[in-house]
Design a protein around this ligand. Sequence first.
Ligand SMILES: Nc1ncnc2c1ncn2[C@@H]1O[C@H](COP(=O)(O)OP(=O)(O)O)[C@@H](O)[C@H]1O
Ligand SMILES: [Mg+2]
Length: 245
Amino acid sequence: MALLEVKELTKNFGGLMANDHIDLQVNEGEIVGLIGPNGAGKTTLFNCIAGFYPVSGGKVFFKGEDITGLLSNEVCLKGIARTFQIVRVFKDLPVLDNIMVGAFNRTHSTARARKKALEVLEFCGLMGKKNLLAGGLTIANKKRLEVAKAFATEPALLMLDEAMAGLNQTETAEAVELVKKIRKSGVTVLLVEHVMEVVMPISNRVVVLDYGRKIAEDTPERVIHNEEVIKAYLGDKYHASRRAN
Ligand SMILES: Nc1ncnc2c1ncn2[C@@H]1O[C@H](COP(=O)(O)OP(=O)(O)O)[C@@H](O)[C@H]1O
Ligand SMILES: [Mg+2]
């Protein structure tokens, strides 16, 4: 049984089909990359899975249970956490308190939330920033905090929406290490990312969206040679940079 199973998920905004009958499976322990051009429907799919948007059609199953139509906090309790493409840290709160907000998903005790948040701070390499206001962090650390907040909810599935966008090479490499560490800790990862050099090496499978439709789903090696994917998205993006190297 897949950990996450999305069946014919459809979401339209008026006449615009942002997600058009999308089927997607994520198995426990995998890192699945979700790629596609801007506007392909990746964030919308996250929003539908996570209960931020009501779906227009189709179903979402998690651990075999139909979770379609649950509210976002209910989905989070089931074990799905997500980050936002535009980071949503509480900028006037210290880093520790931001992570405690996530930790409160599993406890009402402030002491326990604090203990969990401290573990997550350490795990995510943010201990040195514990008392800083989140608003003052660099982009890289804001993105890291966004991941930490989601990780603190103790998910079985973590969905990362461009958690590495805008980072330099070193920061990106550090973020990749964090994603690998998260997977090693037993959390399954569904990851939207534009940098192919990031997505391809860490993904077990890659799913490609274009104009709301799934146009491919395969191993990274096969996806980069898929004609339709190259035409719709990869184009020179991957192959040219490879040639240049
Ligand atoms: N809340 C919304 N209202 C209307 N249109 C939306 C909304 N969210 C996304 N869209 C549209 O849905 C399409 C898919 O967007 P999105 O899921 O953000 O794509 P991606 O994350 O792949 O770049 C785009 O055409 C976008 O303009
Ligand atoms: Mg997006």
